[in-house]
Write a protein that binds this ligand. Structure first.
Ligand SMILES: NC(=O)CC[C@H](N)C(=O)O
Length: 193
C-alpha cells in the first residue's frame, strides 16, 4: 500500500511522519505521475484558497477527481476538508467538491484562532481524541450520505462519506495515530475489493 500526501503547500511532512509511524510507505504528490502510483491521498492543512489554485496550476484537480471517481480514498484535514466540500460558504474558490456538505472557513472566530479540545469520537473508541484546531472550518450542512463522526460545541468537525474522510482538526500534530490508522483501513478496504 502506498499513500500519497499532497505536497503543494501546508503540513504535509507531519502527515508523512504519522503514516510512517503506522508502518506504511508514503510519497509526496506534486505531479500526475506521482498521483497515479498511490492507493490513497491525504490533503493536509494549509490555506485552502492557495492550495486550490495550486491544484489547478499543477494540473492535479481533474486527475484527483478522476481517481476519486474510480474509488481512491481521500482524507482531508482542515484546508483539506474545505477542498473536499461541495459548498464553501460565501466563496467561489476552486475545490475538489467531492463531499456532499457545506463548510464555513475560519469558523470559530478570531478570539479562538487556535485551540485544543478533547473530542468524543465513538468510531475510535472511548478514549477522547485531542483535537488541535488552527483557524479551523466546520461543517454547516451535510447531505444524507454523510456520516457525522464527531462534533465539538454542536458543530460538525469530523465526517465521512464512503471513501472520503474529513476533519477540521489536525491529528498529524498529535501523537495519536488512531485517525491515520482509521484512514489506512479505509484504503486497505478499497484496494482489496
Ligand atoms: N489550518 C488550516 O488548514 C486552516 C485552513 C484555512 N482556514 C483555510 O480555509 O484554508
Amino acid at each position: 500500500m502506498l499513500i500519497g500526501v499532497l505536497a503543494l503547500q501546508g503540513a504535509f511532512r507531519e502527515h508523512r511522519m504519522a503514516i510512517k509511524e503506522c508502518g506504511v510507505d508514503s510519497i509526496e504528490v506534486r505531479k500526475r505521475q506521482e498521483l497515479e502510483q498511490v492507493d490513497g491521498l491525504i490533503i493536509p492543512g494549509g490555506e485552502s484558497t492557495t492550495m486550490g489554485r495550486l491544484l489547478i496550476d499543477y494540473d492535479l484537480m481533474e486527475p484527483i477527481q478522476k481517481k476519486a471517481a474510480a474509488g481512491m480514498p481521500i482524507y482531508g484535514t482542515c484546508a483539506g476538508l474545505v477542498l473536499l466540500a461541495k459548498e464553501i460558504e460565501g466563496s467561489n474558490q476552486p475545490r475538489l467538491g467531492l463531499m456532499e456538505m457545506e463548510v464555513k472557513r475560519n469558523a470559530f472566530g478570531r478570539q479562538v484562532d487556535s485551540f485544543e479540545a478533547d473530542l468524543q469520537i465513538p468510531a475510535l473508541g472511548d478514549t477522547p481524541f485531542r483535537g488541535v484546531f488552527i483557524r479551523a472550518p466546520y461543517i454547516t450542512r451535510v447531505g444524507p450520505e454523510i456520516e457525522v463522526l464527531a462534533k465539538y460545541d454542536d458543530k460538525i468537525i469530523f465526517a465521512r462519506q464512503g471513501q472520503f474522510l474529513a476533519s477540521a482538526f489536525h491529528p498529524e500534530l498529535t501523537k495519536d495515530l488512531r485517525i491515520h490508522k482509521y484512514f489506512l483501513k479505509m484504503v486497505e478496504e478499497a484496494t482489496s475489493t
